[in-house]
Design a protein around this ligand. Structure first.
Ligand code: GDP
Length: 444
């Protein structure tokens, strides 16, 4: 999981302040030293770390934190805000041209995820804006890049313009643009050539394409897993091209966080999207504030809500919320909930977005594969209607009977009831507006 080490270390650094009515200068210094080390270890750019620590220290002092009532909380807040600033403060939308088509050029090293991201972006534009994009296959060097783009295009049902590998990419782009005009495509996404490393020939080719089509957006795709190398790559491309935004891929891997935290500060170009998986739907708008909360282990409640809204049956969700408020959530609802969650993706990913849950060891056991859902169903169907509606009556003898009836081990029945209870508790908390991750973090 991304940022795991960083989150743990930052939390540890700030935990030392917890419960202190007053924070002495030396406490603050010690905390800042820990934060500095945590960031460096996460491969954040050295200069960026230095500036960050200086800023937090200044603000912590300036805000009379040392005399404050709950200094630890104030410092967490400052760290959260400064992390957010470091990543650019607010989400930056994709540029759009007044004229048709809007031209998006993708650039990046081989393997960064350029071709995949081109497809993801086409799908996003199609889904969210009802756009009619055209993909142009101008990577003639990487074996199979054109085939790959064609496959991706077929999956998202977006046309791909290609002329094979024996034509100069400049010509491909020129003809592709003419095709887009003819077909009235409102977006053109150009997949350009990558290289193993930055070289002059590549840059010249990209510069020529830039001059030819004047893209509204030049998105640099970098692999978050490569840490400071990603930052150096970004600097290199940024020097040669008029980069307008960055896409950070593979944030679903166990990246340490260096790239996410440094790229904006080093290149002054916004991260516009993050890739969080290999599926073509795994592309999300980058929100610096949410990312900061996620890094601090305070969850990513807004993304969760957004995800929920997209994948969730709204009416059912409202009914559920009502039940949570009234605390009448029962096993029938639990079963519905499980099915909904299954639609949304791995439960572990979803739970991690909930404040206070990011580092919850209980998560390690939460595993929702379809088989588990079937087992849960079997267990719940072995309950009487009365038991389903009043889970409190599930005493050991009833549990044994249910285990026999569902042919599941008694431990599993117990575990599921426990899961149900903690879900109910959590939902009740959330429905009562207790989303203050910070509170959670400082008081847990
Ligand atoms: P390109 O050479 O830059 O065009 O890179 P590709 O688009 O071929 O991607 C290289 C590999 O990274 C492929 O296996 C992709 O499936 C994978 N990939 C791309 N983006 C992501 C992402 O956000 N998460 C994960 N886990 N894999 C990704």
């Amino acid at each position: 999981m991304a940022f795991e080490g960083l989150t743990e270390r930052l939390q540890k650094a700030m935990r030392n302040l917890r419960g202190k009515g007053k924070v002495s200068e030396s406490d603050l210094r010690a905390t800042m030293r820990e934060i500095r080390l945590a960031l460096l270890e996460a491969d954040v750019n050295f200069g960026v770390v230095r500036k960050f620590v200086k800023k937090v220290q200044e603000r912590a002092k300036g805000a009379d934190v040392l005399e404050g009532l709950n200094p630890a909380q104030q410092i967490v807040k400052i760290v959260d805000e400064e992390l957010t600033k470091m990543m650019g403060e607010t989400a930056v939308p994709l540029n759009k041209s007044d004229k048709i088509p809007t031209v998006i050029m993708m650039a990046g090293l081989q393997g960064a995820g350029k071709t995949t991201t081109a497809g993801k972006l086409a799908l996003k534009l199609k889904d969210e804006q009802k756009a009619r994009p055209l993909l142009i296959a101008a990577d003639i060097y990487r074996p199979a890049a054109i085939d790959q783009l064609q496959q991706v295009g077929a999956q998202v049902e977006v046309p791909v313009f290609s002329m094979g590998t024996d034509v100069d990419p400049r010509e491909i782009v020129e003809k592709g643009m003419a095709q887009a005009k003819e077909d009235h495509n409102d977006y053109v996404i150009i997949d350009t050539a990558g290289r193993l490393q930055i070289d002059e020939k590549l840059m010249d080719e990209l510069k020529d394409i830039q001059e030819m089509v004047h893209p509204d957006e030049i998105l640099l795709v970098v692999d978050a897993m490569t840490g400071q190398n990603a930052v150096e790559t970004a600097e290199g491309f940024n020097d040669a091209l008029d980069i307008t935004g960055v896409v950070l891929t593979k944030l679903d891997g166990d990246t340490r966080g260096g790239a996410a935290l440094s790229i904006r500060a080093v290149t002054d170009k916004p991260i516009k999207f993050v890739g969080q998986g290999e599926k073509l739907t795994d592309l999300d708008v980058f929100h610096p504030d949410r990312m900061a909360s996620r890094i601090l282990g305070m969850g990513d409640i807004l993304s969760l809500i957004e995800k929920t809204q997209k994948d969730y049956d709204q009416k059912q969700a409202e009914e559920m919320a009502e039940k949570m408020r009234e605390n009448t959530f029962d096993f029938n609802d639990f079963l519905d909930q499980m099915k909904q969650i299954q639609k949304m993706g791995p439960l572990e990913d979803i739970m991690k977005m909930i404040p206070g849950m990011a580092n919850n060891p209980a998560l390690k056991n939460v595993n929702m594969d379809p088989k588990d859902i079937a087992h849960i169903e079997a267990v719940i169907y072995s309950m009487t209607a009365q038991e389903r509606e009043n889970p409190d009556i599930l005493n050991p003898s009833r549990r044994r009977r249910i285990a026999r009836g569902s042919a599941r081990p008694i431990q599993e029945v117990n575990r599921m009831i426990k899961q149900f209870n903690s879900m109910k508790k959590m939902m009740n908390k959330m429905s009562n507006g207790n989303m203050a991750g910070m509170e959670n973090m400082m008081n847990s």
